[in-house]
Structure formats: C-alpha cells, structure tokens
Design a protein around this ligand. Structure first.
Ligand SMILES: C[C@H](O)[C@H](O)[C@H]1CNC2=NC(N)=NC(=O)C2=N1
Length: 98
C-alpha cells in the first residue's frame, strides 16, 4: 500500500508540476480554467477514465469552465505517490489548458 509522503517530499514532487498546491500532507489541488464549459466537461470525463484505469480517483469540483481536482489517498489518509501520478496524468490530459 502506498505510504503517506512528508511535506518535504510533496513539495519536491510539486516543484515538477505546474500550479498544484499542497494542503499540508492531506491533499494536493489544482483549479483549471478551461476555454468554455464543454472543454471543462471533456477534461473531467478524460480524467474519470484515467482514474478508473489507475484505480485512483480524484475529488472534482466543477463550475462552468473551472474544474478543481483534489487528490488524496483515502486508504492512506493523505498524499501518496498515487496522487502525484494522477496529478501528472491530469496535466498530460489538460495539455497546457488552464
Ligand atoms: C477498492 C478500491 O480499490 C479502493 O477504494 C481505491 C479506489 N480509488 C481510490 N482513490 C483514492 N483517491 N484513494 C484511494 O484510497 C482509493 N482506493
């Protein structure tokens, strides 16, 4: 089972990701502002499929063209490498949008 990461380890990982923030060691979050509502829905759907493939699922808040992903490993009670892997996948799917 993935182990919870320290704040330092999370900060090191986030340095390599654009625009993600840490909530202590509990979660990492990022809000994407897409060009319109449909682009936002498209990203949410792509992430949903990727999450199923990874069996690691985000919390998603979606308002019109803005989508916030909040990643945490429920089984570990905080941020693990699974969350960072999903964040990387979300960045790939967003492809520089938002
Ligand atoms: C049974 C299933 O494998 C587990 O519930 C998986 C599913 N997706 C998950 N997603 C996240 N974010 N954290 C988990 O601990 C987790 N566990």
């Amino acid at each position: 089972m993935a182990e919870r990461l320290t704040e330092a380890a999370i900060a090191e990982w986030l340095a390599g990701l654009n625009g993600w923030s840490a909530e202590g060691t509990t979660a990492i979050t990022k809000t994407f502002r897409l060009k319109d509502h449909v682009a936002a829905v498209g990203l949410v759907m792509q992430v949903a499929v990727a999450a199923e493939v990874m069996n690691h699922h985000p919390e998603v808040a979606w308002v019109y063209n803005r989508v916030t992903f909040r990643l945490s490993t429920h089984d570990a009670g905080g941020v693990t490498e699974l969350d960072l892997a999903l964040a990387k996948r979300i960045e790939e799917l967003a492809g520089g949008q938002g």
